[in-house]
Design a protein around this ligand. Structure first.
Ligand SMILES: CC(=O)N[C@H]1[C@@H](OP(=O)(O)O)O[C@H](CO)[C@@H](O)[C@@H]1O
Ligand SMILES: [Mg+2]
Length: 586
């Protein structure tokens, strides 16, 4: 009892005020002092343009767009974009009177790629209207930088001030330090202040921004605070019996040779021996090469350099540690994947159970995208009895929809997701946990829920936090990875990419499940799908790569491959495919 309250007072209670405090952002630490004169402002912009032109010039006419997760392309094409995003982040900070984050990463993409995304005050993705501004600023000619900056301020009623604050983080790519410097130079060129966190995971940066903007109600805005909060709640939930039933407290982790591997090593010091994590692809090899969550999910095979014995529970992080998938080898030696859908259903099932046991009246919803396996959706509807919503690809859509539930669980099939608790839900859970008049079982369940909230990074999908969450649920249920996997069987599925002249000729509707342009494509897809038992397929333009993505599922792997291939050929034919026609997947 006592230790519970110790943990609550240190970590739980601040989360209670999270949403409330989001509304009164940190106005104490950022005081926007207006730059006094128009002449002073003009001088700042002139110097900023000069630095941009000399040190970070836009060298080609190539158009770049702020997509699903910011700007992403070859690192050598990004210096001017990063400088300009530093400027924009400072402006956004001035507008919101709050800390803004800038993360430099290309996540699961190849090592020579890089990218940048802005983190809004609530730890969320940048607001859509500012994506348009970001795209404009990134693409203007060098000599138009000054006037564009001035227009942005005017159109958005921003007063150029000092003390704008931007938190900068980067992944482990060799190009990231230079690009981080470009961001920092951009911020400083318009008088913004910078906290450079160096190498951090994407979700850590989101967490730090949220902590600072809630005046630390969500936690301390630094790595020590992050690790302490998560590990204390995790250890309190785990208790002194590290194994339980079929659950064993050891697992293998593929770190994708990225920041997640580095952070997990440090995290192990906080976790002590309550969980044993053996890390592979821990940083010696090339980032994401033949390893990482995207590789494992898309190719449905294990990462390289990692032994996988029958029954061993294994997991993969992606390059910036915001995605997590699990996998194992079954008794027949088959590779089995547990993706974001499996994580979502596991977590939603556990939370629903605890809510029921606590007697608290809360609705739980689960948010997916069209990529969710059909079997998972059926399981959520028919077995879990949880409301399920489908939204377009991209974390911001999932996150916003999840906020509409008391408790919203969201995961992309690729393993990116988290759980968000409304302020009302947080309060009800906290009250139940401390209401001595309730039956003991109710109090116990409410306390567990309350601690669980502190294991979860509610600001954004976080592979390390999600790993602790999954381990907590498996431990509580006493399940092996195979027992977890037994909940439902995935329909065999396949993803393909098609290169076309302009991927934006593909237009979609109904959460990307149907295609409206080119005009005849959907009818063609429908008639192909009709030939396959349990067939489902859709196409959409990627927001992060210059390709059209094709998804297909059917009753067997051979049929899923065939369906994907036929649809891919149709896309190639009707949407101006370039290069060789797509081949049947091997
Ligand atoms: C099928 C798929 O996995 N798409 C990914 C990928 O987006 P695309 O727009 O499909 O390229 O990267 C996004 C950012 O990481 C992620 O949110 C999304 O789920
Ligand atoms: Mg990622």
């Amino acid at each position: 009892m006592q230790s519970f309250f110790a943990v609550c007072s240190r970590f739980g209670i601040p989360s209670l005020f999270l949403t409330h405090l989001f509304t009164s952002l940190n106005s104490r630490s950022i005081i926007n002092r207006a730059v006094n004169s128009g002449a002073e402002m003009a001088d700042i912009f002139k110097k900023s343009q000069q630095l941009g032109t000399e040190k970070y010039p836009r060298k080609s006419e190539k158009w770049i767009q702020y997509g699903t997760s910011g700007f992403r392309t070859k690192a050598e094409e990004l210096a001017h974009v990063l400088y300009r995003m530093g400027i924009l982040a400072a402006f956004r900070s001035m507008q919101k009177n709050a800390v803004i984050g800038v993360m430099i990463t290309a996540s699961h993409n190849d090592e020579p790629d890089n990218g940048v995304k802005l983190v809004d005050p609530h730890g969320e993705m940048l607001e859509a209207s500012w994506e348009v501004i970001a795209t404009e600023l990134a693409n203007v000619k060098n000599e138009d930088l000054e006037s564009t900056m001035s227009n942005i301020l005017e159109n958005n009623k921003i007063v150029l001030g000092t003390n704008a604050m931007v938190y900068v983080g980067r992944d482990t790519r060799p190009s990231s330090p230079f690009l981080a410097q470009a961001v920092i130079d951009g911020i400083k060129s318009v008088q913004g202040c910078v906290t450079d966190f160096g190498v951090v995971s994407t979700p850590q940066l989101h967490y730090f921004v949220t902590c600072q903007n809630t005046e630390k109600a969500y936690g301390e805005p630094d790595e020590e605070g992050y690790f302490s909060k998560l590990s204390s709640a995790f250890k309190a939930l785990r208790g002194s019996n590290y194994d339980n039933g079929s659950y064993q407290h050891s697992l293998s982790l593929d770190g994708a040779n990225g920041v997640g591997a580095l952070k997990m090593k440090t995290f192990q010091e906080y976790l002590g021996n309550c969980i044993k994590v053996s890390i592979y692809n821990s940083g010696d090899g090339k980032l994401n090469y033949q390893c990482g969550a995207d590789h494992v999910k898309v190719l449905q095979k294990p990462p390289q350099n990692m032994p996988l014995e029958v029954g061993t529970r294994a997991a993969s992080l992606d390059g910036d540690a915001d995605r997590l998938v699990y996998f194992y080898r079954d008794t027949q030696g088959n590779f089995k994947l547990l993706d974001g859908d499996k994580i979502a259903t596991l977590v939603a099932g556990y939370i629903k159970k605890l809510i029921k046991e606590s007697g608290v009246n809360l609705n739980v919803g689960l948010v997916q995208t069209a990529y969710a396996n059909g079997s998972s959706t059926e399981y959520i509807n028919n077995t879990l009895g949880v409301e399920v919503a489908c939204v377009p690809t991209g974390v911001k859509f999932l996150h916003h929809r999840a906020l509409e539930f008391d408790v919203g669980v969201y995961f992309e099939a690729n393993g990116h997701g988290t759980v968000v608790f409304s302020s009302a839900a947080t309060e009800k859970i906290k009250n139940a946990a401390t209401d001595e008049s309730l039956p003991a079982e109710c109090i116990t369940a409410a306390k567990q829920l309350f601690l669980l909230m502190d294991v979860i990074n509610q600001t954004v999908g976080d592979a390390i936090s999600d790993l602790l969450l999954v381990e907590t649920v498996l431990h509580a249920f006493g399940w092996s990875v195979a027992e977890w996997d037994a909940a439902y069987t995935d329909l065999p599925n396949r993803q393909m990419k098609v290169s076309v002249a302009d991927r934006n000729v593909i237009q979609t509707t109904d959460a990307e499940r149907r295609c409206t342009d080119p005009p005849t494509l959907q009818t063609e897809i429908d008639s192909i799908v009709a030939k396959f038992s349990k067939g489902r397929s859709f196409v959409r333009p990627s927001g992060t790569e210059d390709v059209v993505r094709v998804y297909a599922e059917a009753d067997s792997q051979a049929n899923a491959d065939k369906l994907a291939h036929e649809v891919a050929l149709k896309v190639y034919e009707l949407a101006n495919g370039v290069g060789n026609a797509p081949l049947l997947p091997k």
